[in-house]
Design a protein around this ligand. Structure first.
Ligand code: NAI
Ligand code: MG
Length: 501
């Protein structure tokens, strides 16, 4: 079905369909790229071009960093009371809530995700995230240290790090912008944010609301562009104090290298190959749909996706049969704008090829497909759709059990013994998340505490809250987003001594 078959909010239609170029947001103004270059962004459900976006490169990044530096050192932001910073962030949250429908539609058009998820997950979590961090702006306190010298007063301040470069991916374009901006703004930093080239539109709409909310110019700059040009320029820029990145582990390693030269602070939220472990005493009425949603949510394009499914051998055949039936009967693939759709297309043709390449690799290495295993055809042939895919009889060493696929593809494997499954679950370079399904609390806690993962979900999966930390063990990342923990990414400690002798 073509997009024109769906009625869009007039403001979405105006924003997405207008022929004008979507400009960079630098120093509080919408500006063209210095080079005048633009790039198209596509609707992955149909392959249509949605809009042309100004393409930031080195010189644009330089301009954005100057704007962010000026705002940090000299502009009104540098003198703003925490209460006023909080009020601006609350205002931004209110404006996002006002335009929730527009954001949901933009997100579905640009990324492909089901509108029901954009509406009920991405946008409300974004609003909550900004409100949560607005609250923190007034609660960043220091310490008084009882030093061992008479008549000396020593206190500790938590100061903003300064100008922050933020690079985000395409799987949750708006929410990832919120995760990055919330803590940075609460702490008083200024930001140059580079959205993913695949999905720049919601961040540019957000820029309009940042302007409307009344943030001083330069506090937030939004500069869409490609990774190797705009992203690299930002991560290597000598006047950027910190870089925060979400994306592939491969690029995360590059970012650390780029940052090394000027010893920028780095926080990274990277890939995963998260184990999801189903014990024989699980409540299967929850574990079966839970395990499928763990991998199929957002078309499997989730860093914490439950992509390795360990099922106890005593229940393996039955559970697998129920899961396959869930994949076949409960998943409704289609254009994300259709409210009945529960699985949209993958974000790009490149991602489609990557995912189908992994499926072929799985077959070559001897894994068996219980359902799916191919690109969708028929009505869906124009978009980048992959059938929800369940592999079984997978071996731990196979590529599909080791590498992040980032698509709706799960690798099911039987297990026998609790210690053995813990060992196998941890046998990965990643350590982002894990799931445990059991009604025995002793099993649940024991396994949860032994898994090397930044988040463990027991009898649930992919739960997120602005107040709860999220991030990776091992090669899944450095630092934590959300909660009080994320404030550490954007503050540094100053110890001040006063002699009152
Ligand atoms: P990517 O890591 O290349 O892209 C993420 C962001 O980094 C984008 O904004 C991109 O422009 C930027 N980037 C890319 N190369 C850069 C460089 N050299 N310097 C600075 N910035 C750079 O991810 P990509 O290529 O979109 O997807 C590839 C795979 O990465 C996916 O199949 C998936 O496995 C993984 N991925 C993981 C994500 C996560 O949330 N953990 C999100 C997106 C992708
Ligand atoms: Mg890449």
């Amino acid at each position: 079905m073509e997009t024109t078959a769906f009625q869009l909010n007039p403001r979405t239609a105006d924003f997405v369909k207008s022929k004008t170029i979507k400009k960079l947001f630098i120093g509080g103004q919408f500006v063209e790229a210095v080079s005048g270059k633009t790039f198209p962004t596509y609707n992955p459900a149909t392959g249509e071009i949605l809009a042309y976006v100004a393409e930031a490169e080195q010189e644009d990044i330089n301009r954005a960093v100057v704007a962010a530096r000026d705002a940090f050192e000299d502009g009104p932001w540098s003198r703003m009371l925490p209460q006023d910073r909080a009020r601006l962030i609350y205002t931004l949250a209110d404006l996002i809530e006002r335009d929730a429908d527009v954001f949901a539609e933009i997100e579905t058009l640009d990324n492909g995700k089901p509108i029901r998820e954009a509406k009920h997950v991405d946008v409300p979590l974004t609003v909550e995230h900004f409100r949560y961090y607005a609250g923190w702006a007034t609660k960043i306190t220091g310490d008084v240290i009882p030093v061992n010298v008479p008549n000396l007063h020593n206190y500790v301040r938590r100061e903003p790090i300064g100008v922050v470069g933020q690079i985000i991916p395409w799987n949750f374009p708006l929410l990832m912008a919120a995760w990055k901006l919330g803590a940075a703004l609460a702490t008083g930093c200024t930001v140059v944010l580079k959205p993913a080239e695949q999905t720049p539109l919601s961040a540019l709409y957000l820029a309009k609301l940042i302007q409307e909310a009344g943030f001083p110019p330069g506090v937030v700059n939004i500069v869409p562009g490609f990774g190797e040009t705009a992203g690299k320029a930002l991560a290597t820029h000598t006047d950027v104090d910190k870089v925060a990145f979400t994306g592939s582990t491969e690029v995360g390693k590059l970012i650390m290298n780029y940052a090394a030269d000027s010893l920028k602070r780095v926080s990274l939220e990277l890939g995963g190959k998260s184990p999801n472990i189903v014990f024989p005493d699980a409540d299967f009425s929850r574990a079966v749909p839970g395990a499928m949603q763990a991998i199929f949510f957002n078309q499997g394009q989730v860093c914490s996706a439950g992509s390795r499914l360990y099922i106890h051998k005593s229940v393996y055949d039955n559970a697998l049969a129920d899961m396959v039936s869930y994949a076949d009967k409960k998943v409704r693939q289609g254009n994300g704008l259709d409210p009945k759709t529960t699985m949209g297309p993958l974000v790009t043709g490149e991602q489609l090829n990557r995912v189908t390449g992994y499926i072929e690799k799985g077959l070559e290495q001897g894994a068996k497909v219980a359902t799916g295993g191919a690109r969708a055809d028929g009505d869906l042939a124009n978009g980048y759709f992959v059938r929800p895919t369940v592999f079984y009889d997978v071996q731990d060493e196979m590529t599909i059990a080791q590498e992040e696929i980032f698509g709706p593809v799960v690798a099911a494997m039987p297990f026998d013994d609790i210690d053995d499954v813990i060992k196998r679950a941890n046998l990965t370079t990643y350590g982002l998340a894990a799931g445990v399904w059991t009604q025995n609390m002793s099993t649940a806690f024991n396994v949860a505490h032994k898994l090397k993962a930044g988040s463990v979900w027991i009898n649930c999966y992919n739960m997120f809250d602005a107040a709860s930390p999220f991030g990776g063990f091992k090669q899944s990342g450095i630092g934590r987003e959300m909660g009080e923990y994320a404030l550490e990414n954007y503050t540094q400690i100053k110890s001040v001594w006063l002699n009152y002798n």
